[in-house]
Design a protein around this ligand. Structure first.
Ligand code: ATP
Ligand code: MG
Length: 436
Protein backbone atom coordinates (compact mmCIF):
# COMPACT_ATOMS: atom_id res chain seq x y z
CA UNK A 1 0.00 0.00 0.00
CA UNK A 2 3.04 2.29 -0.24
CA UNK A 3 2.10 3.25 -3.74
CA UNK A 4 -0.73 5.50 -2.58
CA UNK A 5 -0.03 9.16 -2.20
CA UNK A 6 -2.77 11.56 -1.28
CA UNK A 7 -1.82 15.13 -1.91
CA UNK A 8 -3.19 17.22 0.93
CA UNK A 9 -2.82 21.01 0.65
CA UNK A 10 0.12 22.51 2.58
CA UNK A 11 -2.17 24.41 4.91
CA UNK A 12 -3.92 21.18 5.91
CA UNK A 13 -0.61 19.41 6.40
CA UNK A 14 0.59 22.20 8.66
CA UNK A 15 -2.47 21.87 10.88
CA UNK A 16 -1.95 18.10 11.11
CA UNK A 17 1.77 18.54 11.83
CA UNK A 18 1.15 21.02 14.64
CA UNK A 19 -1.34 18.64 16.31
CA UNK A 20 0.96 15.66 15.87
CA UNK A 21 3.89 17.72 17.21
CA UNK A 22 1.86 18.24 20.38
CA UNK A 23 1.37 14.47 20.63
CA UNK A 24 -2.11 14.17 19.14
CA UNK A 25 -2.69 11.62 16.38
CA UNK A 26 -4.31 13.44 13.42
CA UNK A 27 -5.71 12.29 10.09
CA UNK A 28 -7.42 13.69 7.01
CA UNK A 29 -10.78 11.95 6.75
CA UNK A 30 -13.93 11.59 4.70
CA UNK A 31 -14.77 13.11 1.35
CA UNK A 32 -11.42 14.74 0.61
CA UNK A 33 -9.51 11.46 0.96
CA UNK A 34 -12.09 9.71 -1.24
CA UNK A 35 -11.95 12.47 -3.86
CA UNK A 36 -8.15 12.59 -3.83
CA UNK A 37 -8.00 8.83 -4.48
CA UNK A 38 -10.46 9.35 -7.32
CA UNK A 39 -8.14 11.99 -8.71
CA UNK A 40 -10.60 14.77 -8.03
CA UNK A 41 -9.58 17.92 -6.29
CA UNK A 42 -11.50 18.78 -3.17
CA UNK A 43 -11.61 22.11 -1.38
CA UNK A 44 -12.94 20.87 1.96
CA UNK A 45 -10.34 18.87 3.85
CA UNK A 46 -11.66 17.62 7.17
CA UNK A 47 -9.30 16.48 9.89
CA UNK A 48 -9.93 14.03 12.72
CA UNK A 49 -7.73 14.11 15.79
CA UNK A 50 -7.19 12.52 19.18
CA UNK A 51 -6.90 16.05 20.63
CA UNK A 52 -9.90 17.36 22.56
CA UNK A 53 -11.64 20.49 21.27
CA UNK A 54 -10.01 22.49 24.10
CA UNK A 55 -6.57 21.24 23.08
CA UNK A 56 -7.25 22.12 19.45
CA UNK A 57 -8.27 25.64 20.48
CA UNK A 58 -5.12 26.06 22.54
CA UNK A 59 -2.83 25.06 19.68
CA UNK A 60 -4.12 27.51 17.07
CA UNK A 61 -4.40 31.28 17.25
CA UNK A 62 -7.49 31.57 15.03
CA UNK A 63 -10.32 29.10 15.60
CA UNK A 64 -14.11 29.09 15.31
CA UNK A 65 -16.36 26.77 17.34
CA UNK A 66 -18.30 25.51 14.30
CA UNK A 67 -19.86 22.43 15.91
CA UNK A 68 -18.56 22.24 19.41
CA UNK A 69 -21.23 19.72 20.55
CA UNK A 70 -19.92 17.32 17.90
CA UNK A 71 -16.34 18.15 18.78
CA UNK A 72 -15.68 20.24 15.67
CA UNK A 73 -13.42 23.29 15.74
CA UNK A 74 -12.78 25.37 12.63
CA UNK A 75 -9.10 26.21 12.27
CA UNK A 76 -7.90 28.92 9.89
CA UNK A 77 -5.05 27.59 7.82
CA UNK A 78 -2.25 29.55 6.22
CA UNK A 79 -4.36 29.52 3.06
CA UNK A 80 -6.94 31.69 4.82
CA UNK A 81 -9.51 28.88 4.65
CA UNK A 82 -11.40 27.38 7.54
CA UNK A 83 -10.58 23.69 8.04
CA UNK A 84 -12.72 21.52 10.27
CA UNK A 85 -10.88 19.61 12.96
CA UNK A 86 -13.03 17.06 14.80
CA UNK A 87 -12.09 15.03 17.83
CA UNK A 88 -12.30 11.25 17.23
CA UNK A 89 -15.82 10.29 18.21
CA UNK A 90 -18.29 7.44 18.20
CA UNK A 91 -22.08 7.48 18.07
CA UNK A 92 -23.46 5.89 21.21
CA UNK A 93 -27.14 6.38 20.56
CA UNK A 94 -29.17 7.30 17.49
CA UNK A 95 -32.81 7.98 16.75
CA UNK A 96 -32.88 7.74 12.99
CA UNK A 97 -31.31 11.13 12.52
CA UNK A 98 -29.53 12.57 15.55
CA UNK A 99 -26.71 10.85 17.34
CA UNK A 100 -25.39 11.22 20.86
CA UNK A 101 -21.62 11.20 20.52
CA UNK A 102 -18.79 10.27 22.78
CA UNK A 103 -15.14 11.32 22.53
CA UNK A 104 -11.95 9.59 23.56
CA UNK A 105 -12.13 6.79 20.99
CA UNK A 106 -9.64 5.56 18.38
CA UNK A 107 -9.38 6.50 14.72
CA UNK A 108 -10.81 3.12 13.71
CA UNK A 109 -13.88 3.65 15.88
CA UNK A 110 -14.27 7.11 14.36
CA UNK A 111 -14.11 5.58 10.88
CA UNK A 112 -16.59 2.86 11.86
CA UNK A 113 -19.38 5.39 12.51
CA UNK A 114 -19.07 6.76 8.95
CA UNK A 115 -21.70 5.84 6.38
CA UNK A 116 -19.96 4.24 3.39
CA UNK A 117 -16.63 2.50 2.95
CA UNK A 118 -15.52 5.08 0.39
CA UNK A 119 -16.16 7.78 3.03
CA UNK A 120 -14.43 5.87 5.81
CA UNK A 121 -10.78 6.14 4.86
CA UNK A 122 -8.15 8.29 6.54
CA UNK A 123 -4.86 9.70 5.33
CA UNK A 124 -2.04 10.81 7.54
CA UNK A 125 -0.20 13.68 5.86
CA UNK A 126 2.69 13.48 8.32
CA UNK A 127 3.24 9.73 7.93
CA UNK A 128 1.98 9.47 4.35
CA UNK A 129 -0.15 6.53 5.41
CA UNK A 130 -3.62 5.43 4.36
CA UNK A 131 -5.95 3.83 6.92
CA UNK A 132 -8.71 1.86 5.25
CA UNK A 133 -10.25 -0.67 7.66
CA UNK A 134 -13.43 -1.31 5.62
CA UNK A 135 -12.07 -1.77 2.12
CA UNK A 136 -12.98 1.67 0.81
CA UNK A 137 -10.20 1.61 -1.73
CA UNK A 138 -11.32 -1.71 -3.16
CA UNK A 139 -14.84 -0.31 -3.42
CA UNK A 140 -13.55 2.79 -5.20
CA UNK A 141 -11.78 0.45 -7.56
CA UNK A 142 -14.94 -1.65 -8.03
CA UNK A 143 -16.97 1.59 -8.35
CA UNK A 144 -19.32 0.60 -5.59
CA UNK A 145 -21.15 2.37 -2.75
CA UNK A 146 -21.29 0.02 0.24
CA UNK A 147 -22.34 0.67 3.80
CA UNK A 148 -19.79 0.33 6.58
CA UNK A 149 -20.86 -2.71 8.59
CA UNK A 150 -24.37 -4.09 8.52
CA UNK A 151 -26.28 -2.06 5.95
CA UNK A 152 -29.77 -2.39 7.43
CA UNK A 153 -28.58 -1.31 10.87
CA UNK A 154 -26.66 1.64 9.45
CA UNK A 155 -29.70 2.83 7.48
CA UNK A 156 -31.92 2.54 10.55
CA UNK A 157 -29.48 4.61 12.62
CA UNK A 158 -29.73 7.51 10.21
CA UNK A 159 -32.36 7.57 7.48
CA UNK A 160 -30.51 10.26 5.54
CA UNK A 161 -27.93 7.64 4.56
CA UNK A 162 -30.36 6.05 2.09
CA UNK A 163 -30.47 9.31 0.13
CA UNK A 164 -26.74 9.91 0.53
CA UNK A 165 -25.96 6.49 -0.97
CA UNK A 166 -28.05 7.31 -4.02
CA UNK A 167 -26.37 10.69 -4.38
CA UNK A 168 -22.82 9.33 -4.14
CA UNK A 169 -23.61 6.53 -6.61
CA UNK A 170 -24.97 8.97 -9.19
CA UNK A 171 -22.20 11.48 -8.59
CA UNK A 172 -19.39 8.99 -9.27
CA UNK A 173 -21.41 6.73 -11.56
CA UNK A 174 -20.98 3.88 -9.07
CA UNK A 175 -23.25 0.92 -8.45
CA UNK A 176 -24.88 0.43 -5.07
CA UNK A 177 -23.88 -2.81 -3.36
CA UNK A 178 -26.77 -5.32 -3.25
CA UNK A 179 -27.06 -5.48 0.55
CA UNK A 180 -26.89 -1.74 0.82
CA UNK A 181 -29.56 -1.35 -1.86
CA UNK A 182 -31.87 -3.79 -0.04
CA UNK A 183 -31.41 -1.78 3.12
CA UNK A 184 -32.26 1.43 1.24
CA UNK A 185 -35.44 -0.10 -0.14
CA UNK A 186 -36.41 -1.31 3.33
CA UNK A 187 -35.62 2.12 4.67
CA UNK A 188 -37.93 3.96 2.28
CA UNK A 189 -41.17 3.77 4.33
CA UNK A 190 -39.32 5.21 7.33
CA UNK A 191 -37.98 8.22 5.44
CA UNK A 192 -40.95 10.20 6.78
CA UNK A 193 -38.74 10.61 9.85
CA UNK A 194 -36.50 12.99 7.94
CA UNK A 195 -37.25 16.68 8.21
CA UNK A 196 -38.31 18.41 5.01
CA UNK A 197 -35.19 20.56 5.27
CA UNK A 198 -32.88 17.55 5.20
CA UNK A 199 -34.73 16.06 2.24
CA UNK A 200 -34.56 19.32 0.34
CA UNK A 201 -30.88 19.62 1.20
CA UNK A 202 -30.18 16.18 -0.31
CA UNK A 203 -32.29 16.98 -3.38
CA UNK A 204 -30.41 20.25 -3.87
CA UNK A 205 -26.99 18.64 -3.33
CA UNK A 206 -27.92 16.12 -5.99
CA UNK A 207 -28.76 18.96 -8.39
CA UNK A 208 -25.51 20.74 -7.51
CA UNK A 209 -23.09 17.82 -7.56
CA UNK A 210 -24.40 15.23 -9.98
CA UNK A 211 -23.88 15.85 -13.67
CA UNK A 212 -26.67 13.46 -14.67
CA UNK A 213 -29.12 13.47 -11.75
CA UNK A 214 -31.78 11.44 -13.59
CA UNK A 215 -30.14 8.27 -12.35
CA UNK A 216 -30.41 9.42 -8.76
CA UNK A 217 -34.03 10.48 -9.16
CA UNK A 218 -34.93 7.15 -10.76
CA UNK A 219 -33.35 5.43 -7.77
CA UNK A 220 -35.37 7.64 -5.45
CA UNK A 221 -38.32 6.25 -7.37
CA UNK A 222 -37.39 2.55 -7.54
CA UNK A 223 -36.34 2.50 -3.88
CA UNK A 224 -39.72 3.91 -2.86
CA UNK A 225 -38.22 7.11 -1.45
CA UNK A 226 -39.89 9.34 -4.03
CA UNK A 227 -43.41 8.09 -3.25
CA UNK A 228 -42.82 8.90 0.41
CA UNK A 229 -40.93 12.19 0.08
CA UNK A 230 -42.07 13.81 -3.19
CA UNK A 231 -45.28 11.92 -4.00
CA UNK A 232 -46.30 14.25 -6.80
CA UNK A 233 -43.24 13.13 -8.78
CA UNK A 234 -43.69 9.42 -8.25
CA UNK A 235 -45.58 8.86 -11.50
CA UNK A 236 -43.84 11.54 -13.56
CA UNK A 237 -42.49 10.56 -17.00
CA UNK A 238 -38.77 9.58 -16.81
CA UNK A 239 -38.14 12.17 -19.52
CA UNK A 240 -38.72 14.87 -16.90
CA UNK A 241 -35.78 13.56 -14.87
CA UNK A 242 -33.63 13.00 -17.94
CA UNK A 243 -34.24 16.60 -18.98
CA UNK A 244 -32.22 17.69 -15.94
CA UNK A 245 -29.18 15.89 -17.41
CA UNK A 246 -29.31 18.39 -20.27
CA UNK A 247 -28.67 21.38 -18.01
CA UNK A 248 -24.94 21.75 -17.17
CA UNK A 249 -23.75 21.57 -13.57
CA UNK A 250 -24.17 24.91 -11.83
CA UNK A 251 -20.56 24.74 -10.62
CA UNK A 252 -19.19 24.45 -14.14
CA UNK A 253 -19.96 28.13 -14.68
CA UNK A 254 -17.71 30.70 -13.10
CA UNK A 255 -20.45 33.35 -13.22
CA UNK A 256 -22.58 33.27 -10.07
CA UNK A 257 -25.78 34.47 -11.81
CA UNK A 258 -25.48 31.78 -14.44
CA UNK A 259 -24.79 29.11 -11.82
CA UNK A 260 -27.90 30.21 -9.90
CA UNK A 261 -29.98 30.11 -13.07
CA UNK A 262 -28.77 26.61 -13.87
CA UNK A 263 -29.65 25.45 -10.39
CA UNK A 264 -33.20 26.82 -10.46
CA UNK A 265 -33.66 25.41 -13.98
CA UNK A 266 -32.55 21.99 -12.72
CA UNK A 267 -34.82 22.33 -9.72
CA UNK A 268 -37.88 23.25 -11.78
CA UNK A 269 -37.51 20.69 -14.59
CA UNK A 270 -38.90 17.51 -12.98
CA UNK A 271 -42.03 19.44 -11.96
CA UNK A 272 -42.77 21.33 -15.18
CA UNK A 273 -45.07 18.85 -16.87
CA UNK A 274 -47.23 18.67 -13.74
CA UNK A 275 -48.59 22.11 -14.60
CA UNK A 276 -48.26 25.26 -12.52
CA UNK A 277 -50.58 24.38 -9.67
CA UNK A 278 -49.10 20.99 -8.87
CA UNK A 279 -45.55 22.22 -9.45
CA UNK A 280 -46.08 25.05 -6.94
CA UNK A 281 -47.69 22.70 -4.44
CA UNK A 282 -44.91 20.12 -4.72
CA UNK A 283 -42.11 22.65 -4.33
CA UNK A 284 -43.89 24.49 -1.55
CA UNK A 285 -44.20 21.17 0.30
CA UNK A 286 -40.42 20.80 -0.08
CA UNK A 287 -40.03 24.33 1.36
CA UNK A 288 -38.34 25.65 -1.76
CA UNK A 289 -37.84 29.42 -1.65
CA UNK A 290 -40.68 31.66 -2.82
CA UNK A 291 -38.75 32.78 -5.88
CA UNK A 292 -37.97 29.19 -6.86
CA UNK A 293 -41.62 28.17 -6.43
CA UNK A 294 -42.70 31.17 -8.51
CA UNK A 295 -40.18 30.36 -11.25
CA UNK A 296 -41.14 26.69 -11.51
CA UNK A 297 -44.85 27.50 -11.34
CA UNK A 298 -44.64 30.10 -14.10
CA UNK A 299 -42.60 27.85 -16.38
CA UNK A 300 -44.98 24.96 -15.73
CA UNK A 301 -47.94 27.20 -16.63
CA UNK A 302 -46.18 28.21 -19.85
CA UNK A 303 -45.41 24.59 -20.67
CA UNK A 304 -49.10 23.70 -20.50
CA UNK A 305 -50.37 26.81 -22.29
CA UNK A 306 -47.61 27.34 -24.87
CA UNK A 307 -45.52 24.17 -25.06
CA UNK A 308 -47.54 22.20 -27.62
CA UNK A 309 -47.97 25.23 -29.88
CA UNK A 310 -44.27 26.14 -29.70
CA UNK A 311 -43.45 22.57 -30.62
CA UNK A 312 -45.53 22.90 -33.78
CA UNK A 313 -44.10 26.32 -34.58
CA UNK A 314 -40.55 24.98 -34.24
CA UNK A 315 -41.16 22.74 -37.27
CA UNK A 316 -42.07 25.69 -39.52
CA UNK A 317 -39.36 27.25 -41.69
CA UNK A 318 -40.67 30.68 -40.81
CA UNK A 319 -42.67 30.37 -37.60
CA UNK A 320 -45.64 32.70 -37.45
CA UNK A 321 -44.52 35.93 -35.77
CA UNK A 322 -47.94 36.76 -34.34
CA UNK A 323 -48.14 33.37 -32.62
CA UNK A 324 -44.61 33.72 -31.22
CA UNK A 325 -45.40 37.23 -29.95
CA UNK A 326 -48.55 35.98 -28.25
CA UNK A 327 -46.65 33.19 -26.51
CA UNK A 328 -43.72 35.46 -25.57
CA UNK A 329 -46.21 37.96 -24.17
CA UNK A 330 -47.89 35.35 -21.98
CA UNK A 331 -44.54 34.02 -20.75
CA UNK A 332 -43.33 37.54 -19.99
CA UNK A 333 -40.28 39.09 -21.59
CA UNK A 334 -37.79 38.54 -18.77
CA UNK A 335 -38.74 34.88 -18.36
CA UNK A 336 -38.49 33.97 -22.05
CA UNK A 337 -34.81 32.91 -22.07
CA UNK A 338 -35.09 30.67 -19.00
CA UNK A 339 -38.41 29.21 -20.16
CA UNK A 340 -36.93 28.32 -23.54
CA UNK A 341 -34.02 26.60 -21.83
CA UNK A 342 -36.44 24.48 -19.82
CA UNK A 343 -38.43 23.54 -22.93
CA UNK A 344 -35.25 22.80 -24.88
CA UNK A 345 -34.05 20.44 -22.12
CA UNK A 346 -37.33 18.50 -22.18
CA UNK A 347 -37.25 18.29 -25.98
CA UNK A 348 -33.63 17.10 -25.91
CA UNK A 349 -34.52 14.39 -23.39
CA UNK A 350 -37.42 13.30 -25.59
CA UNK A 351 -35.16 13.06 -28.64
CA UNK A 352 -32.75 10.88 -26.64
CA UNK A 353 -35.63 8.51 -26.01
CA UNK A 354 -36.68 8.54 -29.64
CA UNK A 355 -39.88 10.41 -28.82
CA UNK A 356 -41.04 13.04 -31.33
CA UNK A 357 -39.68 16.49 -30.49
CA UNK A 358 -38.22 19.46 -32.36
CA UNK A 359 -34.66 18.79 -33.59
CA UNK A 360 -31.67 20.62 -32.16
CA UNK A 361 -31.40 23.01 -35.14
CA UNK A 362 -35.15 23.64 -35.02
CA UNK A 363 -34.96 24.53 -31.33
CA UNK A 364 -31.98 26.82 -31.95
CA UNK A 365 -33.85 28.60 -34.75
CA UNK A 366 -36.99 28.94 -32.68
CA UNK A 367 -35.03 30.30 -29.73
CA UNK A 368 -33.24 32.91 -31.86
CA UNK A 369 -36.52 34.14 -33.30
CA UNK A 370 -38.34 34.08 -30.03
CA UNK A 371 -35.62 36.04 -28.23
CA UNK A 372 -35.52 38.64 -30.97
CA UNK A 373 -39.27 39.03 -30.71
CA UNK A 374 -39.29 39.14 -26.93
CA UNK A 375 -36.68 41.86 -26.72
CA UNK A 376 -37.49 43.95 -29.82
CA UNK A 377 -41.22 43.75 -30.41
CA UNK A 378 -43.95 45.33 -28.29
CA UNK A 379 -45.31 42.40 -26.23
CA UNK A 380 -46.25 43.98 -22.90
CA UNK A 381 -48.81 46.61 -21.87
CA UNK A 382 -45.94 48.89 -20.93
CA UNK A 383 -44.67 48.68 -24.54
CA UNK A 384 -47.87 50.21 -25.97
CA UNK A 385 -47.52 53.61 -27.63
CA UNK A 386 -50.41 54.92 -25.54
CA UNK A 387 -50.65 54.80 -21.79
CA UNK A 388 -53.58 54.63 -19.40
CA UNK A 389 -52.99 58.30 -18.63
CA UNK A 390 -53.50 59.21 -22.27
CA UNK A 391 -56.70 57.19 -22.42
CA UNK A 392 -57.97 59.39 -19.61
CA UNK A 393 -57.60 62.44 -21.84
CA UNK A 394 -60.19 60.93 -24.19
CA UNK A 395 -62.53 60.24 -21.30
CA UNK A 396 -61.68 56.66 -20.26
CA UNK A 397 -61.68 56.37 -16.48
CA UNK A 398 -59.39 53.89 -14.74
CA UNK A 399 -61.41 50.70 -14.30
CA UNK A 400 -62.64 47.66 -16.21
CA UNK A 401 -63.21 49.52 -19.48
CA UNK A 402 -59.68 50.90 -19.48
CA UNK A 403 -58.37 47.40 -18.75
CA UNK A 404 -60.37 45.97 -21.64
CA UNK A 405 -59.19 48.65 -24.04
CA UNK A 406 -55.52 48.22 -23.13
CA UNK A 407 -55.85 44.46 -23.42
CA UNK A 408 -57.45 44.78 -26.86
CA UNK A 409 -54.73 47.18 -28.00
CA UNK A 410 -52.05 44.74 -26.93
CA UNK A 411 -53.75 41.84 -28.72
CA UNK A 412 -53.84 43.87 -31.93
CA UNK A 413 -50.23 44.95 -31.55
CA UNK A 414 -49.18 41.32 -31.03
CA UNK A 415 -50.79 40.49 -34.37
CA UNK A 416 -49.28 43.52 -36.11
CA UNK A 417 -46.58 45.51 -34.29
CA UNK A 418 -46.73 48.18 -37.03
CA UNK A 419 -49.90 49.60 -35.51
CA UNK A 420 -48.10 50.39 -32.27
CA UNK A 421 -48.10 54.14 -32.92
CA UNK A 422 -49.69 56.76 -30.77
CA UNK A 423 -52.19 57.88 -33.40
CA UNK A 424 -53.32 54.43 -34.52
CA UNK A 425 -53.83 53.14 -31.00
CA UNK A 426 -55.65 56.27 -29.89
CA UNK A 427 -58.00 55.95 -32.89
CA UNK A 428 -58.85 52.38 -31.88
CA UNK A 429 -59.41 53.52 -28.31
CA UNK A 430 -61.79 56.25 -29.47
CA UNK A 431 -63.79 53.59 -31.34
CA UNK A 432 -64.09 51.61 -28.11
CA UNK A 433 -65.36 54.69 -26.28
CA UNK A 434 -67.95 55.41 -28.96
CA UNK A 435 -69.20 51.81 -28.90
CA UNK A 436 -69.72 52.01 -25.15
P1 ATP B 1 -19.36 16.11 -0.06
O1 ATP B 1 -18.37 16.29 -1.16
O2 ATP B 1 -20.74 15.93 -0.53
O3 ATP B 1 -19.23 17.12 1.04
P2 ATP B 1 -18.43 14.31 1.97
O4 ATP B 1 -18.03 12.88 1.95
O5 ATP B 1 -17.43 15.31 2.39
O6 ATP B 1 -19.01 14.65 0.54
P3 ATP B 1 -20.07 15.31 4.07
O7 ATP B 1 -21.54 15.33 4.16
O8 ATP B 1 -19.34 16.61 3.99
O9 ATP B 1 -19.71 14.36 2.87
O10 ATP B 1 -19.56 14.51 5.34
C1 ATP B 1 -18.18 14.33 5.61
C2 ATP B 1 -17.92 12.91 6.11
O11 ATP B 1 -18.68 12.67 7.30
C3 ATP B 1 -18.38 11.83 5.13
O12 ATP B 1 -17.38 11.54 4.19
C4 ATP B 1 -18.66 10.66 6.07
O13 ATP B 1 -17.48 10.02 6.43
C5 ATP B 1 -19.21 11.36 7.30
N1 ATP B 1 -20.68 11.47 7.27
C6 ATP B 1 -21.40 12.51 6.83
N2 ATP B 1 -22.72 12.30 6.96
C7 ATP B 1 -22.84 11.09 7.53
C8 ATP B 1 -23.95 10.30 7.94
N3 ATP B 1 -25.20 10.73 7.75
N4 ATP B 1 -23.70 9.10 8.50
C9 ATP B 1 -22.42 8.66 8.68
N5 ATP B 1 -21.35 9.35 8.32
C10 ATP B 1 -21.53 10.56 7.75
MG1 MG C 1 -17.87 17.46 2.69
Amino acid sequence: MHDIVVKAPDAVREIADRLEGAGHETWCVGGAVRDALLGRADVDWDLATAATPAEVKRLFPRTVPVGIEHGTIGVFGRDGRLHEVTTFRADVETDGRHAVVTFGVSLDEDLARRDFTINAMAWSPSRQELRDPFGGRADLEARRVRAVGEASRRMAEDRLRALRAIRFAARFDFAIDADTWRAIVNSAPSLTRLSVERVMQEWTKTLQQVRCPSRAFEQWRTSGALAVLVPRLSAVNPVCFEAVDHVPLPSSSSRPERAALRLVTRLALPFVTLGGREARAALTALRASNTDVAFAGAVADSWISGGPELERLAADDVPDGAALRRIASSIGRMRVPATLRVFAAIWAARRDRGVAAPTGPQVARLARRMLRIAFRDPIALSDLAVSGDELRTIGVKPGPLMGRILHDLLQRVLVDPAINTHDQLLAIAVQHVEEN
